[in-house]
Structures are given as C-alpha cells and as structure tokens.
Ligand binder design. Structure first.
Ligand SMILES: [Zn+2]
Length: 328
C-alpha cells in the first residue's frame, strides 16, 4: 500500500464584498457574510477523509512532499496549485497578478498564472480579459485616474463549459452571472487597479509594473483525447488547457455505474507521477485506488491523488463531469 492515500478536502469558505449568500446548488452551507470564494486546495484547506483527517493541506504538503509530488520534483515552498470556486454576485475588481520574477522581487516564491473553467453562465455573461489593442501603459494610468479603466478592457463572452487562460500580467475582471472554477499557481498576489469606488485598497504602482500589454490570455479550444464528444459511448476526455504551470482536462461520464480509468497521460507516466487534483463539476461517484477505501465525491468537492498512488478510477453513481488539474 502506498505511504500516502488519496483524500478528499473540506471546502473553505472565504467572505468577499462581491460574494453571495446563496451557494446553491453547489454547497448547502448557510452563510451570514457574502461568500466569494470556496477554496478547495488552499494551504488552510483541511483533509476530510482517511488517516490524515483534520490536517491542513499545508501540513500534509510539508510532511509528505515527496509522496505527494513525486521524488523527482525539486523541493517547493507550497502545494503547487490552488483550485477554488468563485461566486461573483457583483463585479470583481479590475486586477493583475505578477509573474514569477516580479513575485520573487517581493519575497514570494512564485507569481500567479490562472485559468477559469466556467461552471455556470447566464445568457450574455462576459469577463474582461486583457487590454484593447493599441492601449499604452500611460493610457492605462490615465484611465485609472479617470475611473474609466473598464473602457480599455477587452470583453470576452463566456458560456458554461468554456476554459479561459489568464497568464500573469493580463489585466482582468470577472463579472456576475457566472460560477467559475479557478486553477492557479498557489499565490494570493493580486494587484487591484480599479474597484468601482469600493473602499478597498488599490495597488497602482505594483499593478502598473505587473501589467503586460500583450499576453496569451483567451478562450482555449478543448482537444479531444478520447471518446466521441457526443458522450453516447460512456466516457470522453478533453484537454482543456496546457500551460507552463498546469494542465487541466475534463472527463465526462455519460451514465451511472461506469468505471473510468484515470491513469496519467503517457508523458507523465514516463516520469514518476505527479499529484492530481480532482474536482467534480457534475454528478457523483466513488474514487477508487488500489487497496484503499473508496472516496465518495459529489458536485463541488475535490480530492487530491498523490504521486505515489497514481493509478485510480472513478465509478459514477450518476452521470459525471470531472475536472482534473496536474501541475507542470
Ligand atoms: Zn485573477
């Protein structure tokens, strides 16, 4: 039996001024303050199953780094990826995240490249992603002073199932009308450029330094890895995004009582494995790895599969959609 088994993580609810009190149908938590973010693999997230129940992910990471990430991975300061679900009821601030180099200048281990998987989108929903072509940094600075920064941003329509890549340096904002699964480098470095007059602090000097006028941000076209896409034959898998820091794939299981194998892609198998983060976006099922008790997972929940236990499968109890993130 491997020294570290897969485990489910307890969601951690983070209040935000732009959040909501209604997290249905994702979470049935009754909340007083508006919740903006539900952290699923944060440092303070707590293990919810197995012998490590009650420990924080950060503690597990430091005690079991090699089992978790694989023996060939160079030591890291933090669990590599943060996944969270965002519930914007109002606009999120217009913001930018630094890249690795700038983050290190500020004493942080790495910057923040992220991606957004759209779990829900109302008709006509949009996000703001990057600057309009031809925008200069002085124009950005002037627009911040005039409170017209929103007019310089590119608007991108979003639909349920879309994957949007947001590399560090991209000016962006998420707007109401969506529920988003965010996968990111595990960093909380955010520079707020404009906040619609809300009283929160802005970070203009650092923010302007972090901005890149041209980035690779945008909607990513999924690549079918197997299955027919129409999901008539049980299961299909698509690569949703591949970046320097993470890959995310989406598996759809069309029926109940299907057991789908989740062995890692061939490129990963040639190495010694890597940690896998498993998020259930629809349905419910049981995650099974060799010699272990199955872990029950339902919509909105996340499990961590350590590198030392790379072979596992999911048995659906109803049709499922599963997002898997693997650090690079
Ligand atoms: Zn962001």
């Amino acid at each position: 039996m491997p020294s570290l088994s897969p485990f489910r993580v307890r969601p951690w609810f983070r209040p935000m001024v732009w959040g909501t009190r209604n997290l249905a149908p994702w979470y049935d938590k009754v909340v007083g303050e508006p919740i903006g973010e539900v952290w699923l693999s944060g440092d303070t997230s707590v293990v919810d199953t197995g012998p490590l129940t009650g420990k924080t992910l950060d503690a597990v990471f430091h005690e079991h780094m090699e089992d978790l990430l694989g023996p060939t991975v160079h030591p890291q300061e933090r669990f590599p990826l943060l996944m969270k679900v965002l519930f914007p009821k109002e606009k999120l601030s217009v913001q930018v995240h630094p890249g690795d180099a700038m983050a290190r200048e500020h004493g942080e281990p790495h910057g923040k490249t992220e991606c957004w998987y759209t779990l829900e989108a109302e008709p006509g929903a949009t996000v703001a992603l990057g600057l309009r072509p031809g925008t200069t940094l002085p124009a950005v600075q002037a627009a911040i002073e005039d409170k017209t920064l929103e007019t310089l941003l590119q608007s991108v329509p979003v639909h349920a199932g879309d994957m949007i890549f947001v590399d560090a340096g991209t000016v962006h904002a998420i707007f109401p009308g969506v529920v988003v699964l965010e996968t990111q480098q595990n960093s909380d470095m955010t520079y707020r450029l404009y906040d619609y007059g809300r009283p929160r602090e802005l970070h203009l000097k650092d923010g302007l330094q972090a901005i890149r006028l041209h980035t690779d941000a945008g909607t990513v076209q999924p690549k079918m890895e197997f299955g027919d896409g129409a999901q008539a034959s049980g299961a299909s898998r698509e690569l949703m995004v591949q970046s320097k820091y993470f890959r995310v794939d989406r598996t759809r299981i069309a029926n109940a009582n299907i057991t789908e194998d989740f062995s890692l892609p061939a490129r990963k198998q040639s190495q010694t494995g890597s940690v896998q983060l498993i998020f259930v976006a629809a349905g419910a099922g049981a995650l099974k790895s060799q010699g272990e008790e199955p872990i029950q997972l339902r919509r909105g929940e996340l499990a961590v599969v350590p590198a030392c236990a790379p072979d596992w499968s999911m048995t659906s109890s109803e049709p499922m959609e599963i997002l898997r993130a693997i650090p690079e």
